[in-house]
Ligand binder design. Structure first.
Ligand code: SRM
Ligand code: SF4
Length: 546
């Protein structure tokens, strides 16, 4: 580790100080002790902060009932794993619930500290890990949810995502090399054409791009064979000019209360076999040089600003030990974004993937048992999660499709939801999150129901709710984004929202911007109604008068 990590403690923020005193990952060895001590008697820094290194989040809103955030590389979970999560929740009765997150992941709620040893053992038995899923770590790595199923995809990212996760987390056991980053770090990689991962809002993203190969490609710079720090296999030189598949690299995308930025091109291209090495190099550069003074200015983009993109790229190449080829002239993100809901043909003849809509991502134990059952009975036992907080059952044969569509779970999790409901996304909000300025999930659902009753809408309108400026619900990627704030009404402070519009996803993605501030939530319904009518071709249903 480097100068910046070991800088005198005077210049470090309070998070850096407690990390310097004791690495977050060290709580992994103390779980039994915490379980017998109980949450009230534990050291507060361990409880409120360091436990997040193993994915356990103290919730000031529900003290004693913790949240656990898993890791689901590429959003993939097996039926056995889902059943284990359901069993964990089941013991907590009404306190137990789960959410599919905006990073294709699952969080469990209601967890008691005394149960952690048993829960970790259960996770281990089915290959689940929650390690390094919070705080200054690499978060769940997102990938195309239909990787390996989509006939039009350019590259199946599943293995790559798993390899990146294994590198970052030491195969899920925890990797001290990357447990003390200056701040959180998001990685996404897609081999599909519709940017299903929102590449532009990640600190590091890989998007598909073909590179003209004139006998020189990748890290070899024209030499006959090359190796990289983490890929011992020599790459063979292609001798005839042709197009070679790889990824253009984007860096520095992030949302925070202080600033939001879309990722910018590193002007570099990488073949699939070198992606893990590039991730490692970028992480090392960030770890060793990112600012640890002001936590509001610690995300990767702040370092890129300080250095300029050229120096940043030079440093990454220095870590890699070899230059990166410049980016391909264009990337292959040329489709509008799909939401994967409904029945779709797979590239494997006779098989289908079925996308089910989960209202604002909220799940209960019985839903999860049922999801596992459906995946086993009708598919191959696999479940895929999406960044829209929904899930997909792949590998459903033509012959079983009709019966699947009659399953009672599909009444709750529809394959054909109404257009506004279909595209609704919400962060956790005040029910469980102490940062929240407003209630989100429940309010979002209630309001969308009213809007569906009032409006005839011909196509989905992507409405994203987020309870505070941290933007976990990604309002800047939405058609209409709603960000919790304090508003004033009749001289009183009330729950309100700032409204964002213009977020474009898929091809030519760009962030939306704030168009109205401080709308009291109680006045929001008519405002949304008007926006949807004016901008998204909706009209009032005939029977409705407003
Ligand atoms: Fe987030 C902090 C929930 C995706 C930006 N986020 C939090 C915490 C951990 C705060 C806390 O301790 O209460 C929230 C936990 C609440 C709870 O009980 O659920 C929380 N974030 C979430 C989730 C669950 C929202 C959801 O409903 O899906 C998402 C979990 C993803 C995962 O599986 O890992 C989630 N958070 C995001 C995203 C979206 C994304 O990654 O695409 C963002 C914006 C993108 C980004 O990070 O650049 C996001 N969360 C933040 C931030 C602002 C980061 C910053 O640089 O300032 C915070 C606050 C912080 O880290 O200090 C935060
Ligand atoms: Fe909590 Fe704010 Fe994130 Fe919503 S956006 S989960 S309220 S931190």
């Amino acid at each position: 580790m480097t100068d910046k990590v070991s800088t005198s403690t005077a210049s470090l923020n309070k998070f850096e100080k407690f990390k310097a005193e004791k690495d977050g990952l060290s709580v992994k060895a103390e779980i039994e002790k915490f379980a017998s001590l109980g949450w009230e008697a534990m050291d507060e820094t361990d409880r409120d902060h360091r436990l997040k290194w193993v994915g356990v989040f103290f919730r000031p809103v529900t003290p004693g009932k913790f949240m656990m955030r898993l890791r689901m590389p590429n959003g993939i979970i097996t039926s056995d794993q889902m059943r284990v999560l359901a069993e964990v929740l089941q013991r907590y009765g009404d306190d137990g619930s789960a959410d599919i997150t905006t990073r294709q992941n699952i969080q469990l709620r209601g967890i008691r500290i005394e149960d952690l040893p048993d829960i970790f053992e259960k996770f281990h038995s089915v290959g689940l890990t929650s390690v390094q899923s919070g705080m200054d770590n690499v978060r769940n790595i997102t990938g195309d949810p239909v990787a390996g199923l989509d006939a039009e995809e350019l590259f199946d990212t599943r293995e790559l995502v798993q390899q990146i996760q294994d590198m970052v987390t030491n195969n899920g056991e925890g990797n001290p090399e990357f447990t003390n980053l200056p701040r959180k770090f998001n990685i996404a990689i897609t081999g599909g054409r519709d940017n299903s991962v929102h590449a532009e809002i990640n600190d590091l993203a890989f998007v598909p791009a073909f590179k003209e190969d004139n006998g020189q490609w990748a890290m070899g710079n024209g030499e006959e064979t090359v190796t990289t720090s983490s890929s011992p296999t020599p790459h063979s030189l292609l001798t005839t000019p042709q197009k070679r598949f790889g990824f253009n690299i984007l860096v520095g995308g992030f949302f925070s209360a202080k600033r939001c930025e879309a990722a910018i091109p590193l002007n570099a291209w990488v073949p699939p076999e070198d992606v893990v090495a590039v991730c490692r190099a970028v992480l090392e550069v960030f770890r060793d040089n990112g600012s640890r003074a002001n936590r509001l200015k610690s995300r990767l983009m702040w370092l890129i600003d300080e250095w300029g993109i050229e120096k940043f790229r030079d440093e990454v190449e220095r870590k890699l030990g070899t230059p990166l080829p410049s980016a391909a002239a264009k990337d292959e993100i040329d489709w509008e974004k799909r939401d994967h809901i409904g029945v779709h043909k797979q590239k494997q003849p006779g098989l289908n993937y079925v996308g089910l809509h989960v209202p604002v991502g909220r799940l209960y134990a019985e839903d999860m048992f049922d999801m596992a059952r459906l995946a086993e009975v009708y598919g191959s036992g696999e479940i895929r999660l999406t960044v829209e907080e929904n899930f997909i059952i792949p590998d459903v044969s033509d012959s079983r499709l009709e019966t699947l569509l009659t399953e009672p779970l599909l009444e709750k999790f529809s394959v054909n939801p109404a257009p506004l409901t279909r595209a609704l996304v919400s962060c956790t909000g005040a029910q469980f999150c102490n940062f929240a300025l407003i209630e989100t999930k429940n309010r979002a659902l209630a309001m969308i129901k009213e809007l569906e009753m009032e409006l005839e809408v011909t196509h989905p309108v992507r409405i994203h709710w987020t309870g505070c400026p941290n933007s976990c619900g990604q309002p800047q990627v939405a058609d209409i984004g709603l960000m919790g704030t304090k508003a004033r009404k009749n001289g009183k402070a009330v729950e309100g929202v700032d409204i964002y519009m213009g977020g474009k996803v898929g091809k030519d993605a760009h962030l939306g911007s704030c168009v109205a501030k401080g709308i009291p939530c109680e006045d929001l319904l008519p405002v949304l109604r008007e926006l949807i009518i004016e901008h998204f071709d909706a009209r009032l249903r005939e029977a409705v008068t407003v």
